[in-house]
Design a protein around this ligand. Structure first.
Ligand code: BGC
Length: 939
């Protein structure tokens, strides 16, 4: 070996060249600009109920072309008036100049914040040359009710399962500010002076209403006026008293109820509160029945025109009933509201039977249809929804089980009338319209997509149309199931927050959507379910959250474990340590519960702890005790890490030791000399490889048995919900990216591409939900289940090439390491990280590889290039070693990696060798040490 090469080999993974940072930073940095100010993760949140809200911003640069830009210090000011803020004075908090590069989750540390008040804040930041930015434009946040005097509203109620409420009230002075708090046991639409307040749907959202109810706050300063005003609400059962799963209605209570408080602040400094009480009037309305699963029934002839405006004189109104004795927690909604996400126009209309018009949206969605109809008074229009058509073109509703999924509308006139159901949702691609002589035109039927309004944060596209379709189906299916709670599916009589489903999808979903708020809210539901009620305080985490029936059913093996796995992921992906702190005692109780229910560290299936197992595996089940014990080990490893991050050193050490005990128990019990784990299922082998659960020196054998299983199935996947999330990663890390790509690109079932073929637009519940001829498999399962789409995480990380650094939560530092294979010649990924946009774009022409990378200001990245001919790498058309931005360079086996600061980079390499096993070399350092435990490998 030539001396230089020998030295390189010795220094494998070691930094061999620190390029002059002085040179890299010689250029004067432009000043920075703080942007996208967020309080508790939201833009101008209307109601914050934590005393020390956390503030975040992005660091933008006037010239993103200048590399290596970072924040060196910040200063935050918070004022209680916009005037104070305009004068750059923080009368409540002035942090002073804090030398720090932190720009997310900085806790407010000023004078005590008061309930109901609006606050204004600004931030300025210093660049690496210590030049200060301008102050940011002001951002606002409002406080809601604060402990210890949280809201204890008077709930009021009308007759029946749907009804209207109204409260006329005079205003005699000029109003300076008006805002209203509202909530329901059920779902409400708030009305003020004839208009809907806010754009929310299904407010206040789904929680375990026996324990916690969310409230909303709306600014209505512009909607009230001097003179007579009317505040009103329309109520429907929603999750509170409508059907839940297959258990009929009234799980939380019999009838909906409503609470509101309108705060009026007058110009003269006085104030007044109008709240729900016995003086409110109630009557029935046009909504004659409503259920989330069954649909809305609306009779427009029963509309009470003007009921929510002053001067209305209705006869049949009576006083509302006031309910007392409340002990529920009233909590400000902390995630984005549910609302209309977008609309779709049908692509086709057919008429499979006389008077039955079927509209195809071309996409499976969650929501409802909006329809404009012309008929005559008394005409009853029926809208039905389905995910699939029968051969004769009629709707196939067999997989909806007990959900009626039918909306009806009775017309009030002979003119055109537009109707959109508002207290129900369906999972569907086709909607049928019946009851009209003539069909509405295509553009008179609209598919309204409904869901929680979290932002889109990531996209990935590749040179394979089939993979792009798969990615689209993953995205849509997440979009369709995430509505106040991550549901298993939106269409049939189930629609529950099954914890296992979201657990396996969270890593994928948080590339595509900004889910920190949504998941944090749901983590509260999980913890509420854990500690629910009498006799249920044993620490068992739930299999569904929010809980919907009195009896707890604690489930491990991938389901209840979400209570640990989700905060861990939120910490790694978003850099949020608040959520791990809030979950910490719950996670410890859960581990104690598992320990109590274990025997020699193995979790046997029992009445108290069970698991659905590797759900929907393709004829390759994994013993449930192994599933439960694997998750026990995973949870312990993750809690050890979280304990360390929280400064709980003793706990961390104890859990690390426990992990080793569980690992030893698993090895003893399940790992045979020939490397077969338990029964040798793909998932069992993946579990062992993912967490290093095999004796020293046996890794290759355990891996070989995984490959055997895959080969035996002619290169087909057989993992279910659990094993699927790590299979591709394990294959790549053990040197077989070719097999990972073979499985991903496999066209015959069971496979991802099989599921995405034949014009399918969403993911299925099982690998075999549809037969190759498009008919339902025997179980008639759902066409809108996200849980088998967990390969999306691997696709973003390895095809898109953006890989989180487990040691640097929130993408403060990350890896760029695209893994070329599968015949792909191009891929492009964009991800809005907590620090701004990370972008990659690569192409492969013959043996020439190019890679464009965007690294956000205030972050660093390690870019790993595939092995190429010596000296053949350029950056921005310069030999790479002349590049002025590189902070350091490493030489992992075969490839070269560069640690870089922010900016845009264009790499090119020729003589690239990538095919099959050779691309094992395209692996970063630190990934291949034998027997290494890597519980944090997939943040
Ligand atoms: C749900 C699944 C869930 C499973 C667990 C099913 O009915 O739809 O998604 O995780 O049950 O038992």
């Amino acid at each position: 070996m030539a001396p230089a090469r020998a030295r390189r080999a010795r220094l494998r993974f070691a930094i061999v060249a620190i390029f002059s940072t002085a040179a890299a930073l010689a250029e004067e940095a432009p000043t920075l600009r703080p942007a996208e100010l967020r309080c508790e993760g939201l833009e101008s949140p209307p109601a914050v109920d934590t005393p020390q809200p956390r503030l975040s911003w992005l660091c933008e640069s006037g010239d993103p072309e200048v590399r290596g830009q970072a924040q060196s210090a910040y200063q935050i000011i918070v004022a209680d008036s916009s005037a104070g803020s305009a004068a750059d004075e923080g009368n409540l908090w002035d942090s002073g100049k804090i030398v720090s590069d932190q720009s997310t989750f900085i806790a407010y540390a000023g004078a005590a914040l008061q309930p109901h008040r609006e606050y204004f804040w600004k931030v300025r930041i210093w660049n690496r040359d210590a030049a200060a930015s301008e102050w940011s434009p002001p951002a606002a946040f409002s406080m809601g009710f604060l402990p210890p005097n949280s809201w204890r509203p008077d709930w009021i109620r009308g007759d029946g399962v749907t009804y209207l409420l109204r409260k006329p009230f005079p205003i005699k002075k000029d109003v300076k500010r008006a805002y209203v708090y509202a909530s329901a046991l059920g779902v409400y639409e708030l009305r003020l002076n004839g208009s809907k307040v806010g754009d929310e749907l299904f407010a206040p959202g789904w929680t375990d209403y026996r324990k916690r109810v969310q409230y909303q706050r709306y600014d209505v300063t512009d909607a009230v006026h001097r003179g007579d005003n009317v505040l009103g609400a329309e109520l429907a059962p929603g999750w509170f008293s409508g059907k839940i799963a297959w258990f009929n209605a009234k799980r939380y209570g019999k009838q909906p109820a409503f609470a509101a408080e309108l705060h009026l602040e007058f110009a003269d400094g006085s104030s007044r509160v109008v709240s729900t009480d016995g003086s409110w009037e109630t009557s029935s309305g046009p909504l004659t029945a409503s259920d989330m699963q069954d649909g809305d029934q609306y009779d427009a002839r029963l509309e009470k025109i003007g009921w929510d405006t002053a001067g209305y004189q209705g006869a049949d109104w009576e006083n509302a009933e006031v309910l007392g004795g409340e002990s529920r927690i009233m909590a400000a909604q902390r995630d984005q509201p549910v609302g209309d996400v977008r609309t779709l126009t049908p692509v086709q209309r057919t008429q499979p039977a006389p008077g039955v018009y079927v509209y195809d949206l071309g996409q499976n969605i969650t929501g409802i249809a909006r329809i404009t109809a012309r008929g005559q008074r008394d005409a009853k229009i029926t809208l039905r929804y389905a995910e699939r058509l029968n051969a004769d073109g009629t709707l196939d509703v067999t997989n909806l089980k007990l959900a009626e999924a039918t909306d009806t509308y009775v017309m009030r006139s002979a003119g055109a009338e537009t109707y959109q159901p508002k207290f129900t949702f369906h999972g569907f691609r086709w909607v049928s319209v019946e009851g009209l002589d003539a069909p509405p035109a295509l553009d008179e039927v609209t598919g309204v997509v409904v869901g929680t309004l979290f932002p889109e944060t990531g996209s990935l596209s590749t040179s394979s149309q089939e993979l792009n379709q798969l990615l689209s189906n993953i995205r849509w299916t997440i979009r369709n199931s995430y509505l106040s709670v991550p549901l298993d599916s939106p269409q049939r009589s189930e629609r529950l927050g099954w914890t296992g489903d979201a657990n396996v999808m969270a890593a994928t979903a948080s590339w595509m959507f900004g889910l920190d708020r949504f998941y944090s809210k749901w983590q509260t539901d999980i913890l509420d379910a854990q500690s629910y009620g009498k006799g249920e305080t044993d620490g068992a985490m739930p299999n569904v959250a929010p809980r919907w029936m009195a009896k707890a059913s604690g489930r491990g093996g991938g389901w209840g474990d979400v209570g640990v796995n989700l905060p861990y992921l939120l910490w790694k992906r978003y850099g949020d340590t608040g959520v791990i702190r809030a979950s910490y005692s719950g996670t410890k109780k859960w581990l104690a519960f598992l320990e109590r229910n274990s025997k020699n560290h193995i979790i046997p299936v029992s009445a108290r702890v069970s698991t659905a197992g590797d759900w929907e595996n393709a004829g390759d089940p994994t013993p449930k005790d192994l599933v439960g014990t694997f998750y026990y080990a995973l949870d312990v490893a993750q809690v050890a890490e979280m304990a360390e991050a929280l400064g709980e050193e003793a706990d961390a050490a104890a859990y690390r030791a426990r992990f080793q005990e569980i690992r030893a128990a698993i090895i003893k019990r399940y790992v045979a000399q020939d490397g077969v784990v338990a029964n040798g299922s793909q998932t069992a082998q993946v579990f062992a490889l993912y967490l290093g659960l095999y004796p020293q020196g046996m890794k290759d054998k355990v891996f070989r048995r995984l490959i055997d299983n895959i080969e035996k199935r002619d290169n087909h996947i057989s993992t279910g919900y659990l094993g699927s999330q790590w299979l591709l990663k394990v294959l790549v890390e053990n040197g077989r990216p070719d097999v990972a790509y073979d499985l991903l690109m496999q066209r015959t079932g069971p496979s991802w591409l099989y599921m995405a073929s034949n014009e399918q637009t969403s993911l299925w519940e099982g690998w075999d939900t549809l037969n190759p001829d498009g008919t339902f498999g025997s179980k008639r399962t759902s066409l809108g289940h996200a849980a088998l789409g967990s390969c999306g995480d691997w696709m973003f990380q390895r095809i898109g090439g953006i890989t989180p650094d487990p040691l640097s939560p929130g993408f403060k530092h990350f890896m760029i390491e695209p893994l070329v294979g599968g015949g792909l010649t191009h891929a492009e990924a964009n991800f809005q990280s907590p620090h701004g946009l990370i972008g990659t774009r690569w192409t492969l022409h013959g043996d020439r590889f190019t890679l464009d990378v965007t690294v956000p200001v205030n972050t660093t990245a390690t870019v790993l290039l595939p092995p190429s001919s010596p000296g053949a790498v350029t950056e921005s058309d310069q030999p790479i070693d002349l590049s002025d931005h590189v902070l350091s360079k490493r030489l992992p086996t075969g490839g070269v990696s560069y640690h870089v600061g922010s900016g845009r980079y264009s790499y090119a390499a020729s003589g690239v060798s990538l095919s099959g096993r050779a691309s094992r070399a395209n692996e970063p350092s630190g990934r291949e040490s034998e027997d290494e435990m890597d519980p944090s490998g997939s943040p």
